[in-house]
Design a protein around this ligand. Structure first.
Ligand code: ATP
Ligand code: MG
Length: 209
């Protein structure tokens, strides 16, 4: 697992990239992995979360670098010597920056909200990962508690010969409220369903998806 580099990328805005990166980072740290986060999104939302986290003074420290996308390759080269997992939060647009992260990564996690429009919109990012020859896994995010949607989307993914993580994330208030506190959901509400979901994903990541 040493030096696993994971880009969280999805060109569709608001798919859950930053949410996934923050909670997965905290969850992996909770599983005793050393984690470094890289924020290459000019919106700097992950960096803002990290600033809240640092200011509270009681959260386990997480390494974070805020850099321009084109520097990802060299930054990752340095960090992978010292950290088990490096998570890169990519911007929604800015194709060149996201591509640099996808190229530097061992694999890409692509959060998608479970709807056909979101799935079709993910095709661009999928093609990018394929061109860069980086393994990728879709992560179903904001899954409704009821209904057949998740099953249908999984069928579409399988029919296209693509891979989705077994773990899924529901549409849960805890994911947003923990971010507000500068925490991961495993830290704010360790017994919540949200915490169980992100821990399941973290374990898949540790196992190598
Ligand atoms: N599983 C979830 N449950 C509840 N709210 C969620 C979930 N995932 C994401 N959100 C909310 O959706 C919004 C967008 O999420 P987020 O900022 O993580 O997406 P993003 O892909 O990083 O966006 P951008 O493309 O702008 O970087 C946020 O308000 C976040 O709190
Ligand atoms: Mg984001």
């Amino acid at each position: 697992m040493a030096g696993s580099i994971i880009a969280v990328a999805q060109q569709k805005g608001g798919a859950g990239k930053t949410t996934l990166t923050a909670h997965l980072g905290a969850a992996l740290a909770g599983l005793k992995r050393s984690v470094a986060l890289i924020d290459i999104d000019p919106q700097q939302s992950l960096t803002a979360w990290h600033a809240v986290r640092t200011a509270r003074g009681d959260a386990p420290p997480l390494e974070l670098r805020q850099i321009s996308g084109w520097r990802t390759g060299s930054e990752v080269g340095r960090l992978k010597r010292d950290f088990d997992v490096i998570l890169i939060d990519c911007p929604p647009h800015g194709e060149t920056d996201a591509r640099a992260a996808v190229r530097a990564a061992d694999r890409v996690l692509m959060p998608i909200q479970p709807g056909p429009l979101d799935y079709w919109a993910a095709k661009q990012t999928i093609e990018m990962a394929e061109r860069e020859r980086t393994d990728f896994v879709l992560v179903l995010n904001r899954l409704p508690a009821r209904g057949k949607l998740a099953g249908r989307i999984r069928e579409m993914i399988a029919a296209d010969g693509l891979k989705a993580a077994k773990a899924t994330l529901g549409n849960r208030q805890h994911f947003a409220s923990a971010i507000m506190e500068g925490l991961g959901v495993t830290e704010l509400a360790p017994r919540s369903t949200a915490a169980q979901e992100i821990t399941a994903l973290a374990k898949e990541v540790v196992r190598g998806l």
